[in-house]
Design a protein. Structure first.
Length: 380
């Protein structure tokens, strides 16, 4: 039988490649973004309780109502922004499925979707599965700032969506209020839907603020937010997240959601609904991860790597131009095999594999792991 691949040029996921090598070479694994410590026992107990209480069958299609209410309360509390739990919030299988459903529901063949690069790896394949074209805007070392004039120049009558990600994986930069105002201005009076990937919302450092699209009324009216409980509550393997958007957008989103998963793991939703009632569970995250970032940076301050401290996410980007001319992919592979430390090379997220000698290290790790990692980095 002959088949035609819908994604003929897709390469193996960098997270599988580097994670596999880390395992094979028993390296300190700072590559894929997940914590190597256990999440809160209270949350695990709540999931167990929900299972024992019998919440083991299909959940409602849009998600358990009390969880949607808890999410609505969070947006009200943090941003004074209202999303109606009835029809403006949907629980998803991680942020990945929220992104998939948002793109698939609106993006048609020959549409264009603006993507800022380096870009998290699920955006472009999902755009291409819809038969549309990703229009890339490359952000560059050292500050990865958006040139809004370049964005304006790339908008056309075919532009259907603009995907942003703040705090930004992999650079660790965050959009300023001025960036958001520009975005709001540029998209005003257009048919562009904004997909705002905010999975690192609760990891913002040095007193900076997370500027969610929901804080800007005109922007909010055309935007989806994608979010991830896996990232927020240290259980990435649970694959549970959510999307928020105004009703007229969410009504279309759920048509894709319904036929890609229908509904999400029920007991976990019950547990998260209770867990979210305590704001400190997310309020304290930035301070928690800032301490880890500071420890990591303090430990490697004498190394040959150079850096700007991460402003958000749990990733630290390091530049190694002082060390070698090798391209970042080869260098990341060699560091794993020969030095015993795994990272993620930026180039896989860039236009034409642009190599700026940048590696991404995940600092959501125990202090012991960070110390072992730093020792190796200092020896290079
Ligand atoms: N967006 C970004 C920027 C990410 O780093 C990740 C990885 N967590 C996701 C989306 C996907 O999140 P999830 O694991 O909840 O699907
Ligand atoms: N979001 C995680 C990261 O950026 C990886 C998720 C995945 O493996 N697809 O490292």
């Amino acid at each position: 039988m002959q088949i035609t691949s819908k994604l003929p040029n897709l390469e193996p996921s960098i997270f599988s490649v580097m994670g596999g090598l880390a395992h094979q070479y028993n390296a300190v694994n700072l590559s894929q973004g997940f914590p190597d410590f256990k999440g809160d026992q209270k949350l695990i107990d709540l999931v167990n309780k929900a299972m024992n209480d019998g919440h083991n069958h299909y959940a409602p299609m849009r998600g358990v109502f009390s969880l949607r209410e808890a999410i609505a309360n969070k947006y009200d509390r943090l941003y004074r922004s209202s999303y109606h739990p009835e029809n403006e919030i949907t629980i998803t299988a991680g942020a990945t499925q929220a992104i998939y459903a948002a793109i698939t529901a609106f993006v048609k063949p020959n549409d264009e979707v603006l993507v800022l690069r380096p870009a998290y790896d699920c955006y472009i394949p999902t755009i291409e599965l819809s038969g549309a074209k990703a229009i890339s805007i490359q952000l560059t070392y050292p500050d990865y700032k958006v040139n809004w004039n370049e964005v304006k120049a790339k908008i056309s009558s075919k532009t259907r969506m603009f995907i942003i990600n703040t705090p930004h994986n992999p650079s660790g930069t965050v959009f300023s209020k001025a960036d958001m105002m520009q975005l709001q201005e540029i998209t005003k009076d257009t048919n562009i839907i904004v997909l705002s990937d905010e999975v690192y919302e609760h990891m913002v450092y040095d007193g900076e603020q997370h500027h969610s699209v929901c804080l800007f009324p005109e922007l909010k009216s055309r935007s989806f937010i994608s979010a991830s409980f896996g990232k927020t509550f240290h259980n990435t393997g649970w694959k549970i997240g959510y999307a928020c958007a105004p009703k007229y957008l969410m009504d279309e989103f759920v048509k894709v959601h319904e036929f890609s998963v229908f509904s999400i793991h029920h007991p976990t939703q019950k547990a998260l609904a209770v867990y979210l009632e305590t704001p400190s569970h997310y309020d304290e995250l930035s301070a928690f991860f800032q301490t880890k970032r500071d420890l990591f940076l303090d430990l490697i301050k004498g190394s040959k790597f150079t850096f700007t401290p991460s402003k958000g996410t749990y990733f630290q980007a390091l530049n190694y131009a002082n060390i070698t001319e090798e391209n970042d992919y080869e260098f990341a592979v060699r560091l794993t095999k020969e030095k015993g430390i795994a990272s993620i090379p930026f180039s896989v997220f860039n236009v034409n594999r642009l190599d700026e000698k940048m590696l991404r290290f995940c600092f959501a790790k125990t202090d012991d792991t960070l110390k072992r990692g730093a020792e190796i980095l200092n020896s290079i």
